[in-house]
Structures are given as structure tokens and as C-alpha cells.
Design a protein around this ligand. Structure first.
Ligand SMILES: Cc1ncc(COP(=O)(O)O)c(C=O)c1O
Length: 389
């Protein structure tokens, strides 16, 4: 009990609050971030070739049960590098879910490929493996599931499909730092796992990303792209690949190492609070939370996701008026973005589930799930009031 209290004091030493409901502002930082930043600042290498970058790559890869890590500028270029390292380009199709952040699709388009949008499962919000099967054709070169909101997509089914067709999988694990499928961590199932550390993620340096793999040749290929075409062990001014500069900075990695130290406690805290909220609200008619398969029960709770049978606008207004953050989901499926609306640069499979969730889903961000017991109770009460149709 005392240790738990002490951990809380240490972890929250530098927390500020956005309102009187006790919802912490995000990101959270403390003495540890400053200490590691000072270490880098005192050195003569603030950029991507400081040893702290490799240290972070090793630590994060180990956390996610992977052998190799490649830290980068953000979680969008990591997807692009993964696709490029797999040789995906002009005329190649990549299967992506209809619901995600835009990078899931634009990464494919930017390397010259064609995103093929497939439906999600209506209750897990994750890509539906059966729909993936239907979308596979002679030009399919990769499957790119997203572990949406934290719980992992169905890895048993997706790995089987990928293996059966000899198609690599790239896990977009931007939301899944610490998430598991039957005890094995996100990013370790596919050819690559891609993570984001942008400002809103559960581990953040404001911006940042990492690519993980168990295949050394693949990670080396991605590293050449990231580091101006340089090759391991070769000279500084020798460039072998048409690469670019996607390097992360040492300053970001200093912050990220400190953030990683906070992650286990924060993941546990969110899990405890979300379990309490879901239990408390199980009897509310017309209110549904994301279904989390048993295999995926350990996850980040990056978003508390759900959908309502009643008036979503009124639900959202009630929660925000009570001082709790809530977003009435994405305004459209990925393929309804202006970029893909004309359909000349993508393929769209039937996506009735995604289209339905666009109309009725909501999310509550992870910072609202870090409160103490009383604040969590207040959040649950506010959700109950908002769902009183
Ligand atoms: C599922 C998903 N993939 C990729 C990204 C892109 O990450 P970044 O903002 O670091 O480029 C995001 C960002 O929100 C995301 O949610």
C-alpha cells in the first residue's frame, strides 16, 4: 500500500490538471526526463547517432518481445519504411482497415502502392480477418492491421492468412505499447511492427516512432532508407540505397527512455480504472464498449472506445459539459477522406460495419483513465448521466 502511494507520488510529481475533475494534462514528465535530457545536452551529439538512440531501440524492442528496433522521426515514416524495405511500390496492393488514422492509407500511397480498404469487426473495431481473405488478390503484397485503441487485432487468424498466402504482415501498433495477444507483445508477429510516439500516444516525445522486426536483414534495409542510404560498417560518405533522413534525435530518445519507465504503472492504472468503469456501466441500456477478446485482454487502453444507440451528439455534449474529454469518433472512414473520395487511387471493399461505427462511436482518451478511484467513479457517473437517453 505504502509502495503504491510512493509510486503515485513519484509518477505524478510533475502532473498538471486540465480541470477540477482531476483529469491529468498530457504528456506527463518529471525529473527522470530532465536527467536523461541533461545527459544528452552535455554531449556533443544531439542527433540520431548518439548511443542513447540504440539504447532506446534495444529497450523498446525487448519490451515488445522483438529482436531489433529502428527508431525514427514518427510513426508515419516507419510505415513507409516498412513498405519500402519489403519492396512494395507501384501497382502493389496493401490491405488496410477502413477505420484508422490516415497514415495507414497514405503510407501505402506514398510508396506508390494502392490501399485496399476492408471492413472492421463491428465490436472490436479491428480489421475483420474474413474480410481480409476476400480482399486478397494477385497483386496483394502486404496486410497492415491496426491494433485499434490498444487491444490487438486477431493475430491467430491474420498470421494464418498471411502465412497461407505468403504475404507479409506489417502491424501498425501505434496504439499498442505493451499490448499483448496471448502473452506475446504487439509488433512481434509481423515482418515489421510500427509504433508512434506522437504527443497523444501513451509513450511520447512529442513526435517519434519505431520500427521493430525479428528479421535482421529487413531492419538493416529499413535502416539504410532512414540513414541516407548508409550501410552498417561502411564509410560515412558512402551511400548504397536511395535513402533519406528519417532519423530520430537523441533528445527524443532521452525522453522516451524515461517515458518507458512510466509505462507499466500507467498501463496497470488504466486497466484497473477501465475495468471498474466497464463493470459499473454494464447495465446501461444502449451503451456499448469495445469488445476485447480474451487473447487481447492485456493492452494499453489508449482509447476507451464505445458506441451508443441513443443520440451521440447529446452524449458527447453531456460528457464534455461535465468536464471529461470525449471525441465523437472520426468524421468518416478512411476512404471517405477527400484524398480517397474519388476512388481512383484505392480499392474499397464493402464496409458496412465501419460506416455504422462512424455514426455512433465515441472515444475517451487515455489521460482520463489515469485518475484515482474517486475520479474514475466520477467519470463513470458522468458517462451514465450522458447515456440517459
Ligand atoms: C494507427 C496510427 N498509425 C499511425 C499513426 C501515425 O503516427 P505519427 O503521428 O507518429 O506519424 C497514427 C497517429 O495517430 C495512428 O493513430
Amino acid at each position: 500500500m505504502f509502495l503504491e502511494f510512493l509510486a503515485t507520488v513519484i509518477v505524478y510529481a510533475h502532473v498538471t490538471y486540465s480541470n477540477d475533475m482531476g483529469i491529468p494534462n498530457w504528456p506527463i514528465s518529471g525529473a527522470r526526463e530532465r536527467e536523461l535530457l541533461e545527459e544528452v545536452l552535455a554531449s556533443d551529439r544531439w542527433g540520431g547517432h548518439h548511443p542513447i538512440v540504440n539504447r532506446f531501440e534495444r529497450e523498446f524492442a525487448a519490451l515488445q518481445h522483438c529482436r531489433f528496433g529502428l527508431a525514427a522521426m514518427n510513426g508515419t515514416v516507419t510505415l513507409e519504411m516498412a513498405l519500402e524495405a519489403l519492396g512494395i511500390g507501384e501497382g502493389d496492393e496493401v490491405i488496410v482497415p477502413a477505420i484508422s488514422f490516415i497514415s495507414s492509407a497514405t503510407a501505402v500511397s506514398r510508396v506508390g502502392g494502392t490501399p485496399v480498404f476492408v471492413d472492421i469487426e463491428p465490436d472490436t473495431f479491428n480489421i475483420d480477418p474474413e474480410r481480409v481473405c476476400e480482399a486478397i488478390g494477385p497483386r496483394t503484397r502486404a496486410i497492415m492491421p491496426v491494433h485499434f485503441g490498444g487491444p490487438m487485432a486477431n493475430m491467430d487468424a491474420l498470421v494464418e492468412i498471411a502465412n497461407a498466402h505468403g504475404i507479409p504482415m506489417i502491424e501498425d501498433a501505434a496504439h499498442a505499447q505493451g499490448s499483448e495477444w496471448n502473452g506475446r507483445r504487439a509488433g512481434s508477429f509481423g515482418a515489421f511492427g510500427s509504433f508512434s510516439f506522437q504527443n497523444g500516444m501513451v509513450v511520447t516525445a512529442g513526435e517519434g516512432g519505431i520500427l521493430l522486426s525479428n528479421d535482421e536483414a529487413l531492419i538493416d534495409r529499413a535502416r539504410e532508407i532512414l540513414d541516407s542510404g548508409r550501410r552498417k560498417g561502411e564509410g560515412w560518405f558512402f551511400h548504397y540505397t536511395l535513402g533519406t533522413n528519417y532519423r530520430i534525435t537523441a533528445l527524443q530518445c532521452a525522453v522516451l527512455i524515461a517515458q518507458l519507465e512510466r509505462l507499466p504503472e500507467q498501463n496497470c492504472r488504466r486497466m484497473r480504472n477501465v475495468t471498474a468503469i466497464r463493470k459499473e456501466l454494464a447495465d446501461v441500456p444502449g451503451l456499448h464498449f469495445q469488445r476485447v477478446p480474451d487473447a487481447a485482454r492485456v493492452h494499453t487502453n489508449y482509447l476507451l472506445l464505445g458506441w451508443v444507440d441513443g443520440d451521440r451528439g447529446a452524449f458527447h455534449r453531456s460528457l464534455t459539459a461535465a468536464g471529461f474529454p470525449c471525441t465523437p469518433f472520426y468524421p468518416h472512414t478512411l476512404y471517405e477522406n477527400p484524398l480517397y473520395h474519388e476512388r481512383h487511387n484505392c480499392h474499397v471493399m464493402p464496409c458496412p460495419n465501419a460506416e455504422e461505427r462512424i455514426t455512433d462511436a465515441f472515444w475517451i482518451p487515455h489521460r482520463a483513465l489515469l485518475g484515482d478511484e474517486l475520479e474514475t467513479q466520477e467519470l463513470a457517473s458522468a458517462i451514465r448521466t450522458a447515456a440517459d437517453w
